[in-house]
Design a protein around this ligand. Structure first.
Ligand SMILES: Cc1cc2nc3c(=O)[nH]c(=O)nc-3n(C[C@H](O)[C@H](O)[C@H](O)COP(=O)(O)OP(=O)(O)OC[C@H]3O[C@@H](n4cnc5c(N)ncnc54)[C@H](O)[C@@H]3O)c2cc1C
Length: 405
């Protein structure tokens, strides 16, 4: 590649950061690259934190997103264990006072785990490798776990804990788990999966606060007056971008870093953003949206690297998310949050039958906007083309029937 920036600076050494670096090199970029990361660890993968690592099946080394030698081959200068504390035109200031200048800057800071007001220090959240290792140590000694919030991470931790022989109680304020992400009907299916997996799931009841436990461990009180005690507690109520360091950059950071459809940060020249913290514009899907998905982060890194290097944009993709829990893979493609209706496509789960093998289509009006599957991997990938083609309900049903024939 000729032309283009002389130095690309990437802030955030997680998935989005390292994928951006890799994609820059893949696109032929030969200039300088620097990667700044607040954590001391080289880039690692987060999905196994609540699954294989927590279960004790994998050790931390296996989570590395790049082997040491491969990292060296990328020719990237790493600044690990150092937080970026300010962004100014063409430069980033680090926590140790150093100022790095660059002609292209990519922001990939991810999100931090949300905590509850008054959450005691010893009550866990799960976002980082260090969080997961601490939680694993405690779970190994525990016989009971309380999970607050029935989101994907809470459900995965509950599933892993059950696998370790720990009794799990889960409290969720909404009437069903994942109601915002999956909607009420599919959320009810997720509730069945969690309960059939052996969890004491209590929905529709809010936590009023942490109280003094009768022994060691943690105690909470619920709005219905009940009280739960457990050896260990995890709060899994989602993530939020931690963008205080961008406060003086002149951006509206209400819900993440505002970007155009190629990841350029609005109003800032030469700055891009990818990953969980980045709110990209999706004009055909109703505007700005912040995905917190592994695959979307990797896809965005490719788009940004190609934009920086002036190489051809990759083909369009469909958002994809997976979660492994209670022996099933839940898979989601498309944008269920845009839907106003559901159509059963495979399996019996939505009418009270087995959860496994159930596939639901999400409709906005007559148009298919997403598909969710529970233990139905052989079907899910095949709906990608249908979503890209903006298929309607009749086409979705016909396609489902053709897959069964
Ligand atoms: C436990 C867990 C399980 C998951 N499971 C799944 C799954 O099954 N399927 C799925 O699709 N997705 C899953 N995800 C989500 C997926 O891991 C994320 O979408 C992905 O990691 C996002 O990448 P990112 O680069 O935006 O953020 P991250 O991977 O979080 O990396 C951001 C990095 O930037 C650093 N940083 C933040 N601020 C600064 C700063 N100011 N200066 C320097 N560095 C900074 C952070 O410390 C962090 O290391 C899971 C996430 C977690 C936590």
């Amino acid at each position: 590649m000729s032309g283009g920036p002389e130095h690309v600076l990437v802030v955030g050494a997680g998935l989005g950061g390292i994928r951006t670096v890799e994609q820059l090199r893949q696109a032929g970029y030969e200039g300088r690259i620097s990667l700044v990361g607040a954590e001391a660890h080289p880039p690692y993968d987060r999905p196994p934190l609540s699954k294989q690592l927590l279960a004790g099946d994998w050790e931390a080394e296996r989570l590395a997103l790049k082997e040491e030698a491969a990292l060296e081959d990328l020719g990237v200068r790493m600044y690990l264990g150092l937080r970026a504390v300010a962004l100014r035109p063409g430069e980033v200031e680090l926590a140790d006072g150093a100022v790095l200048t660059a002609d292209a800057i990519v922001l990939a800071p991810g999100v931090e785990a949300r905590r509850l007001p008054g959450q005691p220090e010893g009550v866990h959240t799960l976002r980082t490798l260090d969080d997961a290792l601490t939680l694993r140590d405690e779970l190994d000694k525990a016989s009971t776990l309380l999970v607050v919030g029935a989101g994907f991470i809470g459900a995965e931790v509950a599933s892993t804990a059950i696998g370790k022989g720990v009794q799990v109680t889960m409290v969720e304020a909404a009437p069903v788990p994942l109601v915002r992400g999956l909607g009420a009907e599919v959320g009810a299916l997720a509730a069945r999966l969690i309960r059939e997996g052996g969890v004491d799931l209590r929905t529709g009841v809010a936590l009023t606060g942490f109280v003094e436990p009768s022994g060691a461990g943690v105690a909470v009180e619920l709005a219905d007056g009940s009280r739960i005690e457990a050896d260990v507690a995890l709060v899994g109520i989602g993530g939020r971008p931690d963008l205080g360091w961008l406060a003086d950059a002149g951006l509206d950071l209400t819900d993440g870093i505002p970007c155009d459809a190629q990841g350029r940060v609005l109003g800032l020249d030469g700055v891009w953003a990818v990953g969980d913290a980045a709110a990209w514009d999706y004009p055909a899907q109703g505007g700005r949206h912040r995905h917190e998905h592994w695959t979307s982060t990797a896809d965005q890194a490719t788009i940004v690297a190609r934009a920086i290097t002036g190489t051809e944009a990759p083909p369009a993709t469909v958002p994809y998310f997976w979660s492994d829990q209670f022996g099933l893979k839940i898979q989601l493609i498309g944008r269920p949050d845009l839907a106003d209706g559901i159509v059963p496509l495979h399996g019996e789960g939505l009418s009270g039958g087995a959860v496994k093998g159930t596939v639901a289509g999400y409709l906005r009006g007559d148009r298919l906007v997403a598909v969710a599957g529970f233990g139905a991997a052989r079907y899910i990938a095949r709906y990608r083309a249908l979503l890209l083609a903006e298929a309607d309900r009749a086409q979705a049903l016909e396609f489902a029937a053709s897959l069964r024939r």
